[in-house]
Design a protein around this ligand. Structure first.
Ligand code: SF4
Length: 627
């Protein structure tokens, strides 16, 4: 068994209730390491192309990683992956919190789930054992009631539960998985896949100690990370205000999506900012397993909406998706919307963007009061937003259509509605207007999971000399690149930072702890893997793990029929940026196509369809995919 792992993958067939334990080789672990890459190794070998994502044939993988569960901050992330019911592509979402480390301490590195139960069940995994238990009494409950019910039933309040609420049960195509009521594997509809399998929850508890090769060395890196967090200005801002601190800078930069991306500055930004949240609803900060940053917000309210502190505070993406993108400046309503999404297990980005789509359709006369059962679905109507969240989760009225995502809803309504459906490959746009940062836009187009804002570190960090640029000097990027640059320099920068951020998906590292641009250096990440595993590893080897993961995700999508022509933006993103210092700025289709040409070439993928070449697959030990 390699250091840092349990050497065990749990296999569960829900149709037959059979449970097996697999013991992969050390070579397997070192090749894929964990997270999205490890999940893809199973999906590509065992999932047939073209299966119904909501059918029993789909395979659902929960994967921790080599670093998950070690006594060090920012190493808590785990991946949930399957074929996505939202996009039909590789579906993948990461969450931090406590569940991933607990799975490792419970004796397993990953869970591979097949089949469909004939009635609701949950998995109970503890100290090297696993069982399938009845969850009929929990079906129909939200996350809070489900977690409480399972903890009571099993008599342990420290059990960590990853769960779906009503949105997952009702197969909302962007339903997510939530652990500890507030940490979401948000995107691509992994909660709907759980719902389709009648799998209500996975409860984990473990007291097993993870063996690492060099505990003293690891302790040293962990302590220096704690010190680095204390002096890193970005980490200090995250600690004080969390990701809501991004609202004001993005608004000033003219890239805060507003009213379904028809504007890029919001007149109500100050009212939904991190600073205002701190002064009004905040009860302070909290964090994930072993993390010194503690960037998570805790909020409550007892005014117009009763907001429970148990479900966490809205992150930046939620403030923008349920706030500026809907023209809503009511922070209390947004906090309530966030709570409801975490109760029902709805991805807040896709939820907000689906409501934004509906609001633009309503204002354009494509959706009427008859369709909304009398609800004035206009931009700025906070009560309507709260009601629509419930409608989507329970598939009531118009909510049933919006539960399908904007791509399908736009196609159903037809005509102009398709223009208001802002998605890439079926996944709703995240809340960063890429017209002000081209690398982010290239990531939206290229991402294997559809539009994704954490595909690579964002352009502004590398615009000038300083800490951001210095943090990626080990990659050989030494000169600043302007945010609006779209040529070769930008594609090169994007490619390097994309590989790094994808590496975090394979290693289970939080995007807010490691460079670029946060506190933990690339060289210290390498040292951490070395101390944990004892492998004589290097940044080169880790980058190859990431490169391999990218190629596997691409191969997954190619066999589902997606290629170059799907790596594209919605028409609205080719229109001039409407507000802010870069007002009028545009990127053309030619800019994007030329960047794609270069990117594919840099990746060793062909220009015709972005397919990894034979040589590239051999280079990455992926020749088994040639078959
Ligand atoms: S930086 Fe924030 S999100 Fe990341 S592990 Fe720490 S507390 Fe969690």
């Amino acid at each position: 068994m390699p250091f840092g792992y349990n050497g065990k993958v749990l296999r569960v067939d829900l149709s037959t209730r059979e449970i097996e334990v697999e013991t992969p080789s050390e070579v397997f672990y070192r090749t894929y390491m964990g997270g999205s890459s490890l999940a893809l190794a199973y999906l590509l070998r065992e999932l047939k192309p073209g299966v119904d994502p909501l059918g029993p044939e789909n395979i659902l993988v929960f994967a921790s990683s080599v670093l998950s569960g070690i006594p060090m901050g920012g190493m808590a992330r785990f991946t949930v992956a399957a074929r996505s019911p939202l996009t039909g592509l590789f579906g993948e979402a990461e969450a931090a919190g406590f569940w991933g480390p607990e799975l490792k301490h419970a004796g397993f590195d990953a869970i591979v789930i097949k089949g469909r139960a004939n009635k609701p069940v949950y998995l109970w995994i503890h100290d090297g054992e696993a069982e399938v238990r009845d969850a009929s009494h929990l079906w129909g409950s939200d996350t809070g009631a489900t977690q409480e019910g399972i903890r009571k039933e099993l008599g342990d309040n420290l059990i960590r539960v990853a769960v779906i609420g009503q949105a997952g049960e009702n197969l909302v195509r962007y339903a997510c998985v939530v652990n500890n009521l507030k940490h979401a594997n948000g995107r691509t509809g992994m909660g709907a896949v759980m719902g389709s399998k009648k799998l209500k929850a996975i409860a984990v508890r473990g007291r097993q100690k993870l063996e690492v090769k060099d505990p003293d060395g690891l302790r040293g890196i962990s302590q220096s990370l704690v010190e680095a967090v204390k002096t890193h200005p970005g980490e200090q801002t995250l600690q004080k205000l969390g990701t809501p601190s991004f609202i004001m800078p993005l608004n000033m930069g003219g890239i805060l999506p507003t009213r379904n991306f028809t504007r890029s500055q919001f007149e109500g930004a100050q009212k939904i900012s991190g600073e205002t949240m701190e002064e009004t609803l905040s009860l302070g900060n909290e964090g994930c397993y072993a993390c010194a940053v503690r960037c998570k917000r805790k909020v409550s309210s007892k005014e117009r909406y009763e907001v429970s502190p148990d479900y966490g505070g809205p992150e930046y993406e939620t403030l923008a998706s349920l706030g500026s993108c809907l023209g809503i400046d009511d922070l209390e309503a947004i906090a309530k919307g966030n709570e409801l999404c975490n109760r029902y297990t709805l991805d807040t980005i896709s939820t907000g963007m689906s409501i934004a789509f509906a609001m633009e359709c309503f204002e354009g006369g494509l959706i009427t009061l008859d369709d909304t059962e009398g609800l004035e679905l206009t931009f700025g109507n906070a009560d309507a937003m709260v009601q629509m969240i419930e409608g989507i989760a329970l598939r009531r009225g118009l909510g049933d259509l919006l539960a399908e995502g904007v791509k399908r809803a736009g196609e159903k309504l037809g005509g102009e509605a398709k223009k208001y459906a802002l998605h890439i490959k079926g996944q709703e746009l995240p809340l960063h207007d890429p017209r002000g940062k081209f690398g982010v836009g290239l990531g939206y187009a290229i991402s294997p999971t559809g539009a994704d804002h954490i595909e690579s570190a964002h352009d502004p960090f590398f615009q000038q000399t300083g800490a951001g640029l210095e943090s990626i000097s080990p990659l050989g990027v030494l000169e600043p690149v302007p945010a609006l640059e779209a040529g070769a320099q930008k594609v090169r920068l994007f490619r390097h930072t994309q590989l790094i951020w994808n590496l975090w998906n394979c290693l289970g590292i939080c995007n807010f702890i490691a460079q670029p641009p946060w506190a933990l250096s690339l060289n210290d990440v390498v040292k951490t893997v070395l101390c944990v595993t004892g492998w004589n590893t290097s940044l080169f080897e880790l980058m190859k793990v990431s490169d391999r993961g990218m190629a596997m995700a691409r191969m997954f999508n190619l066999r589902e029929g997606f290629g170059r022509k799907e790596d594209i933006w919605p028409e609205r993103l080719f229109e001039p940026l409407p507000d802010g210092p870069n007002k009028g700025q545009t990127f053309t289709k030619q800019d994007l196509e030329e960047a794609k040409d270069l990117y594919y070439e840099m990746m060793g993928w062909d220009r015709e369809n972005g397919e990894p070449t034979r040589g590239k697959l051999f280079e990455l030990n992926l020749e088994w995919l040639l078959e």
